[in-house]
Design a protein around this ligand. Structure first.
Ligand SMILES: NC(=O)c1ccc[n+]([C@@H]2O[C@H](COP(=O)([O-])OP(=O)(O)OC[C@H]3O[C@@H](n4cnc5c(N)ncnc54)[C@H](OP(=O)(O)O)[C@@H]3O)[C@@H](O)[C@H]2O)c1
Length: 182
């Protein structure tokens, strides 16, 4: 993922990032790209929640030292409760990825609220249990399939100098994942 892809889903949806608090579950490659992007867009605090200390602390240090955002690391063990001021919550772990579609990140879902933007990196199946819980709480949700499409659109245009059809790319992925039939 390059910086524009993740934010595009949010900014297309009119989500404000500047001066907002964000929580990212995970500290791998996807989390890193998303954290940097959120920091560059002016998020005031980014909480990195990860089950292994080393990777989580490394990402929090990167954000805290190299960007104007505050970064906080929380070791993830047991149900994590997002702080009350969380505006953006992102699952950047593989939890829920096909075939494990019955799994969801271990968080306290009672903390989710209507004002939150809840995002999942999982492209297959995009309607994850995590996002369904968020919808139940009234949150706005952003799925990993659109994120993947944005990535494909950008890659295609950088490689070819031509603008592809995002809809054609989305339909092709949906067919691949068995969400759309021919
Ligand atoms: N939609 C898109 O465009 C897009 C793009 C890139 C990636 N993705 C998706 O993003 C996901 C993550 O990819 P990645 O490249 O960031 O992987 P990664 O570098 O391997 O990082 C995975 C992260 O998830 C954590 N994690 C894994 N299993 C966990 C579990 N059972 N409980 C708690 N934490 C767990 C890992 O924690 P530890 O550090 O403790 O191991 C690590 O922080 C993948 O599912 C991939 O499909 C989507």
């Amino acid at each position: 993922m390059t910086p524009v892809q993740f934010l595009k889903s949010l900014t297309d949806g009119g989500v404000e990032i500047k001066d907002k608090a964000a929580v990212i579950l995970g500290a791998g490659g996807a989390a890193r790209a998303i954290a940097v992007e959120l920091a560059m867009a002016g998020a005031k605090r980014i909480s990195i929640v990860n089950r292994s200390r080393e990777r989580g602390e490394a990402l929090a240090s990167l954000i805290g030292n190299k960007t104007p955002s505050n970064a906080v690391f929380t070791l993830w063990h047991g149900a994590y409760r997002p702080p009350e001021d969380t505006a953006i919550l992102v699952n950047a772990t593989p939890i829920g990825l096909y075939p494990n579609t019955d799994q969801k990140p271990d968080i306290d879902y009672s903390a989710l609220q209507g004002g939150m933007a809840v995002c999942d990196v999982i492209p297959n199946h995009p309607d994850t249990l995590f996002l369904r819980e968020a919808k139940k709480a009234g949150a706005r949700t952003f799925d990993g399939l659109k994120m993947l499409v944005n990535q494909g659109v950008l890659g295609f245009s950088l490689w070819t100098g031509r603008e592809p059809s995002a809809k054609a790319m989305e339909d092709a992925l949906k067919k691949e994942f068995g969400i759309l039939s021919d």
